[in-house]
Design a protein around this ligand. Structure first.
Ligand code: ADP
Ligand code: MG
Length: 442
């Protein structure tokens, strides 16, 4: 298989909606001329995959390459994920800090600290009262001595005794309070030791290095994430033009036809090609006028540019040819509401073909049709396939897939579970989920 043949390829393509992982790593190459049928249960991610191929949906991760050109490569998402993973690892590692046990010990320590603070305050009060009592005692001793000298008695003995006994009691209280504080301090030291131990246990003996390593890794991952973010923005800007080009090369047909009901069939078909033709023409004219300003003679090239009328005529001619091809040339001027479902879908196919795409993507193009109209639409798709159009078609029409597809993918739970030519995939299914699926639809 040659590389140049690959039109679109995806690698590790993922898509999340919120926390829901819809695509979980799709590796797929679609080569020129291939007709790839996609089957799988409802909700397995088939439509999301098609929409990611078209970049109608921005993938969450992985790459989309078209003609060898990277159109989507979000290493930003991956870098962001790895940063988050390291942050979580680090948090888990040091979460000893936040464990229930450590938290309880910390509260206990706070209580003891408060007790110590209060005890120290009381100690201060006791100290003050001791000073005051000592002073009183001294003074009363002096007074007593004087009185004794004056009267020869010692009347104030009672008072003296009361002061000294109060002083004695205060001194005892002081010693007791000091002992209290010492024991509280010891208690606090015990609790702190426990906290330290619990944290050490949580971190593990050798984990100091691990923490240092993770902290460094976190810093690096954050740096890479920032750079990827910047690179992503630049790449998106650069590839926006390429994405436009890519989209125009892809025709997309949905289950519901998405025709504009207020436009005629012809207007529906001409809308996009005319808009695009004018855009291209204006761009070319702009470039030519720039060259003219620089002194170049571009009059011939300017004259050769198509007029708006010519662009419209070309689009109309092509539309008519395509309408004829699907057998609906007489419907050019009617409104879609007058058409049957099968006719509407054939018009939708013509509208996609009018852009001259290199690949057609069909998302269950016949699922919304009445059974008698399925055939006429499949017939148009079959003819396109026979003419060599590259196509990817999500379908429940197993018979059609078996007949027309060159390759069938079975998508289940956001991954490709089986990828094989139809003969092999239908004749000899290997995946158990595929067997189960086929037993229901066949
Ligand atoms: P399939 O086409 O195989 O039936 P889809 O690709 O349409 O599956 O959807 C796959 C899953 O993704 C479904 O569960 C669907 O609900 C979910 N999903 C699709 N598009 C969105 C969206 N825009 N937002 C949220 N969830 C979505
Ligand atoms: Mg779908």
């Amino acid at each position: 298989m040659s590389e140049e043949n690959v039109l679109i390829s995806t690698r590790s393509l993922t898509k999340r909606f919120g926390s829901k992982e819809v695509l979980r790593g799709i590796d797929c190459d679609i080569k020129m001329g291939e007709k790839v049928a996609i089957i799988g249960p409802s909700g397995s991610g088939k439509s999301t995959f098609l929409r990611c191929l078209n970049l109608l949906e921005v993938p969450s991760g992985g790459t989309v390459t078209v003609n060898g050109e990277l159109l989507f490569g979000s290493d930003m998402v991956e870098k962001g994920d790895s940063l988050a993973a390291i942050k979580k690892q680090l948090h888990d590692l040091i979460s000893g800090e936040y464990s229930e046990e450590v938290r309880t010990h910390r509260e206990e320590a706070e209580g003891v600290k408060e007790d110590i603070r209060r005890a120290k305050e009381e100690l201060g009060d006791i100290k003050t009262s001791i000073k005051l009592l000592a002073l009183k005692e001294k003074r009363s001793r002096g007074t007593a001595a004087k009185k004794t000298v004056e009267s020869g008695t010692s009347e104030s003995k009672d008072t003296d005794g009361s002061i000294s006994s109060r002083l004695e009691a205060a001194r005892a209280a002081y010693t007791a309070k000091k002992a209290d504080i010492a024991s509280l301090s010891q208690k606090l030291a015990g609790i702190n030791a426990k906290i330290k131990q619990k944290k050490a246990e949580a971190r593990g003996a050798a984990d100091r290095e691990e923490i240092a390593r993770l902290t460094l890794a976190k810093r690096e991952a954050a740096q890479e994430f920032r750079m990827a973010k910047r690179g992503h923005a630049a790449a998106m800007k650069r590839t926006n033009a390429a994405i436009d080009e890519h989209r125009r090369n892809m025709g997309m047909v949905f289950q519901h036809f998405n025709l504009f009901n207020n436009l005629t069939v012809m207007e529906n078909i001409m809308l996009a090609p005319v808009a695009l033709g004018e855009k291209d023409m204006n761009k070319k004219r702009g470039e030519l006028l720039k060259r003219k300003l620089l002194g170049e003679d571009v009059s011939e090239e300017l004259a050769a540019l198509p007029s708006r009328l010519e662009i419209e005529e070309n689009a109309k001619t092509r539309a008519k040819r395509l309408l004829k091809r699907v057998g609906l040339e007489d419907k050019a001027d009617v409104y879609p509401s007058t058409l049957s479902g099968g006719q509407k879908q054939r018009i939708a196919i013509v509208r996609a073909l009018a852009m001259n795409p290199r690949i057609m993507l069909f998302d269950e193009p016949t699922s919304a049709l009445d059974p008698e109209m399925v055939g006429e639409v499949l017939e148009v798709i079959r003819e396109l396939a026979e003419e060599g159009m590259t196509m990817v078609i999500v379908t429940h029409e197993i018979g059609f897939a078996r007949e027309v597809a060159t390759r069938v993918l079975f998508i289940d739970e956001g991954v490709i579970k089986e990828d094989a030519p139809p003969k092999e995939l239908f004749g000899n299914p290997k995946d158990s989920r595929l067997k189960e699926f086929l037993s229901k639809v066949l």
